[in-house]
Design a protein around this ligand. Structure first.
Ligand code: IMP
Ligand code: MG
Length: 182
């Protein structure tokens, strides 16, 4: 465990998933996706910002032809809790009509962010829509949004690293750590 201090709080961080464990899971997910999308082209919808490292690793591990576009959502709330009020800060630039869409998220927590994104995308009539998340926090779920590919499951706790932030910090950590003291 290590202790870091920001402007006024001391946080302790406990390692949860190592860089090696993450890399192994990404390879396994890519193999599963390749198997399911054989003979098709994936339109990957990357949900910024938290998924950016996961996306970068996943897309390089996938062998199926893949195109990518980005969406940026913002949910109002505190640093560690989503409010369920979602705003699209940056929309897709590509049309997803009749495409095989694979949404890639960092974390599904309450599921509210993903539920509203899913509704938005389904209105644009993709041929199919599947969801991949690096982290699934099943215990926190308040919606029944379907998640097709899951990197890791965890129950509780706030995590940072490998793209995940606490108030925009710690995205650059190569591994995933649980933060205490928020
Ligand atoms: P939801 O709407 O409650 O499912 O919130 C999901 C979003 O909240 C994720 O895409 C993350 O951006 C953020 N989030 C939830 N839990 C964590 C966490 O433990 N660390 C960092 N971000 C988180
Ligand atoms: Mg997010």
């Amino acid at each position: 465990m290590s202790t870091v201090s920001t402007s006024n709080v001391k946080l302790s961080m406990t390692p949860l998933f190592s860089a090696e464990e993450i890399a192994a899971r990404v390879e396994a997910l890519a193999a599963q996706i390749d198997n399911d999308y054989r003979g098709r082209e994936i339109l990957m919808v990357a949900v910024l910002k938290g998924s950016f490292l996961f996306i970068a690793d996943l897309i390089r591990a996938i062998k199926t032809p893949t195109v990518i576009d980005f969406v940026r959502l913002a949910s109002y709330g505190s640093a560690t809790q989503s409010s369920g009020i979602i705003e699209a800060r940056k929309d897709l630039e590509m049309s997803i009509k009749d495409k095989d869409v694979l949404v890639v998220e960092d974390i599904v927590d309450s599921g509210l962010t993903l539920e509203s994104l899913r509704t938005l995308l389904l209105n644009r009539q993709p041929a199919s829509l599947r969801i991949c998340t690096l982290i699934d926090k099943q215990a926190q779920r308040v919606t029944d949004v379907p998640v097709d590919y899951i990197g890791f499951s965890m129950d509780d706790g706030f995590i940072v690293g490998y793209g995940l932030d606490l108030d925009e910090r710690y995205r650059n950590l190569p591994d995933i750590r649980v933060v205490e003291g928020t």
